[in-house]
Design a protein around this ligand. Structure first.
Ligand code: SF4
Length: 411
């Protein structure tokens, strides 16, 4: 029996798919890269954008064809499914199973040999007014610290170099620590415990909510040598009124104070963010406030989303009154600001020697990332021909571009 998993959406879904694959393999299934060849197709869906939901429903004709060829084919829909879509999907798929579970006694089927996603919590209690996650993934649940430590220790023993801790809000992680300790383990404590695992590896984490970003956490990120200097802190809007309508629970001033604090303790930090343009009722003045915050925060990367209403969320009831053209214009303005700040930040690397983890070797180039999450492209010279994916290199940065750096391998 062969299985094929199709994953949509964020890293959490990719990590869940690795765990689903391990359960299927324990049950005797073999993976196939061709979905037309499978006896079991698992669709791990995302409901954050309507376009992804429509694409999944649109694929159903193709699945019907597969079923004609293989009448035993079963198609399972899992992942983030809104209750309002459930009835429609139950008519289309054999099974719709959406209970999210962090219990992972089975060893995940990691897709990568040197970098691994490790979920530490799932769900969300924040109910941002535009977001489906609290409805699809439910309330926050944290994995026991000792289970996380056990999984990471195993990965490091198997020579993994990069551990990416995942959660909708990693910094609201809360769980019982090792049985010997009675107190709860929060995110700063968990980071310290992971940092104490012996071995040469990097720790990344995403994503962080500004309301849970404390000075204590920033200090720990600065102090622990294995934690990489990259913080993804979602701004969403630079206008307090819009932030309130979004139910984000912080102000633009608080966000900028956090950015200052982060840069004070971690001077070489990379700060990335998410922004939504064209939220209901967002005026030009309110949009300009977001642009101002962007100029001040000097982000390294911004994932800009044009607002689109999602059924079941609080903002669905608000009038989506900013036109798509206007959203595109706002997106373009923010992209221009980002280009300036990203290039300015990248230029600080030129002439420096930095550590790079090799991710890809393609033709005559090596591609990798710095500790601070900057993409680096390096030319292959004869002496580097033995370089493999998953190795750390010392690289001298020779050129800064908007979205990446270029460099030469030193060691
Ligand atoms: S914090 Fe807000 S945007 Fe993030 S998952 Fe929770 S509800 Fe969604």
């Amino acid at each position: 029996m062969k299985y094929h998993i199709k994953t949509y959406g964020c890293q959490m879904n990719y990590s869940d798919s690795e765990r689903i694959a391990s359960v299927l393999e324990l049950a005797g299934y073999k993976k196939t890269a061709q979905e037309s060849d499978a006896d079991l197709i698992v669709i791990n869906m995302c409901s954050v954008r309507k376009s992804a939901v429509d694409r999944i429903a649109g694929n159903f004709k193709k699945y019907k064809q597969y079923k004609k060829i293989n009448p035993n084919l079963k198609i399972v829909l899992t992942g983030c499914v809104l209750e309002s879509d459930r009835e429609r999907f139950e008519k289309l798929f054999d099974v719709v199973e959406t209970r999210h579970c962090l219990v992972s006694t089975a060893k995940p089927h990691y897709q990568n040999k040197f970098s691994a996603y490790v979920p530490i919590m799932t769900g969300c209690n924040n109910f941002c007014s535009y977001c489906v996650v609290p409805y699809t993934r439910g309330r926050e649940k944290s994995r026991p610290a000792e289970e996380i430590i056990g999984e990471i220790t195993g990965l490091v023993d198997n020579k993994y170099k990069e551990i990416i801790l995942l959660g909708q809000n990693v910094n609201s992680y809360k769980s019982k620590v090792h049985k010997v300790e009675s107190q709860k383990c929060d995110f700063p404590k968990l980071l310290k415990l992971i940092n104490n695992i012996p071995g040469n590896f990097w720790i990344r984490f995403l994503t962080s909510h500004p309301k849970d970003m404390t000075e204590e956490l920033i200090k720990i990120i600065a102090r622990c040598e294995k934690i990489t200097p990259h913080i993804h802190l979602a701004l969403q809007s630079g206008d307090d009124e819009i932030l309130k309508k979004m139910n984000r629970k912080y102000t633009a001033e608080h966000f900028l104070d956090l950015v200052k604090l982060i840069r004070k303790y971690i001077p070489d930090v990379t700060i990335t963010t998410d922004i939504i343009v064209g939220f209901p009722d967002e005026t030009e003045r309110q949009f300009q406030r977001t642009a101002e915050v962007m100029r001040e925060a000097k982000f390294d990367m911004v994932y800009i989303n044009k607002y689109s209403p999602r059924a079941g969320t609080a903002s669905y009831k608000m009038k989506d009154d900013v036109s798509w053209e206007e959203k595109k214009r706002r997106e373009k303005i923010l992209t221009e600001i980002l280009k300036k700040t990203a290039l300015e930040n990248n230029r600080k690397y030129v002439g420096k020697i930095v550590e790079v983890l090799v991710e890809k070797i393609d033709g005559s180039f090596i591609y990798g990332k710095t500790r601070s999450f900057k993409n680096v492209k390096m030319g292959i010279k004869n002496r580097e021909l033995g370089i493999k994916k998953g190795e750390f290199l010392e690289v001298k940065i020779t050129k800064a571009k908007f979205w990446n750096l270029e460099g030469e391998v030193v060691k």
